[in-house]
Ligand binder design. Sequence first.
Ligand SMILES: *Cc1c(COP(=O)(O)O)cnc(C)c1O
Length: 494
Amino acid sequence: MKPEASMVHGPTASLPADAPAASPAAPKDLPSIDRLLRDPAVTPLVAAHGHALVASQARELLDRWRAEALQGRLSREQLPQLPDALRTRCEERLTPRMRRVINLTGTVLHTNLGRALLADEALQQVLACMGSPNNLEFDLALGARGDRDSLVEDLLCEITGAEAATVVNNNAAAVLLGIAALAGGREVIVSRGELVEIGGAFRMPDVMAAAGARLVEVGTTNRTHPRDYEAAIGPATALLMKVHTSNYAIQGFTSSVDEATLAPIARARGVPLMTDLGSGSLVDLAQWGLPAEPLPQQMLQDGCDVVTFSGDKLLGGPQAGLIVGTREHIQRIRKFPMKRALRLSKLPLAALEATLRLYLKPDRLTRDLPTLRHLTRPVAQIEAQAARLLAPLQQAVTPRFEVRTASMRGQIGSGSLPVETLPSAGLALAPVLPGKRGMGRALDELQTALRALPLPVVARVQADELWMDLRCLDEGAREAEFLAQLPRLAEALQ
Ligand SMILES: *Cc1c(COP(=O)(O)O)cnc(C)c1O
């Protein structure tokens, strides 16, 4: 069986077979749309989904079958299957395109798989507030117009120690807005070692141009010194900017100027200092033995005027761009006209507020925040899970693949800590073949079958094996869902 067959959404589904028909049907043997819709096998479909959807699917289906009939490839015996084919088409059309998947890649914040998972509290808040009018921009105490930022500003200030805070659509927007509002038409000084590209379209020099600021590069790729910044500051300088090199590391003969060193230089010359942290964790990850990431609260203490970071990376919330800093600079950013175009929608705002509230109880975070729960899962627990899943998985993929438990190294992901890897464990599946021939094809077929499951499974290929890193497979209900699909996997690999 072709594994994709169960999840084809396109018009290729419900076509008659391609072979020439034994007793060919002519186009005139096909019913009209009206007659098909009145068929007793089709009327329940119209009752369930309405006339418009079923009629449009019926039109497309009849067009395809008519084309097949014209080529003599439709048989009379297939005609009674028309209502079933129509039902399948309607169901496929109504199947959501965005679906849950099981992330066994070992990358906790996987950008292609939606980055951070929302905590239960955040999901509840979204559910509770989005189907109802709410106080998005309405001050309930005063009975007057309010500001959406106020829903999260005090939380952000309490957690980071900032004087003021605002939020936008994502961190790319936060950086763009910060530069445009503080340095539009003027110069921004950035080290040559920090002119990063973060996935395709977000390249610091281009963002600078889009924000209407002139980039002034200082230092070299590997070394930048305080005097480089000092020498570059002039009358046109509007901003000193630091960018966290989140998705690469420069090693060897290197030197960069940290925020604590740069802040007094900026202050002495009357120029604000902004730092883009990218991920920016709100809690110190070192307490769980994880590699440390810069904290926005530390950056503010070190003297930054503005700090930007993402909502859906280490913070563990929805897509959002968080901007914290001094009252004066946040006020300028908030008043800048582009803010309206980049503002955060009520849906992620609800999730963000609930996520930030979890930080009021920091000792519960590794339980309540999925991102931290996954990052801090003890390896021994993941190994025990691998041992538990070994036999059922082996049974499902026998005799085509051999399964073993294995130590693995995963990643935090989303550009955080690129050189660090997370010790983890999982299952490695090797094709059972006499030699290397056919190895690639067998692994492709296995991956395709895994992606075609009702809950698609995404794993990774490493050294001629398919690796399932179990760090992100929660024990309990999620693990049970994985196990429940194994019979279908076995069927697909027949
Ligand atoms: C991820 C990242 C961004 C972009 O953040 P988004 O929330 O994805 O828009 C910007 N700067 C740095 C340093 C990053 O790591």
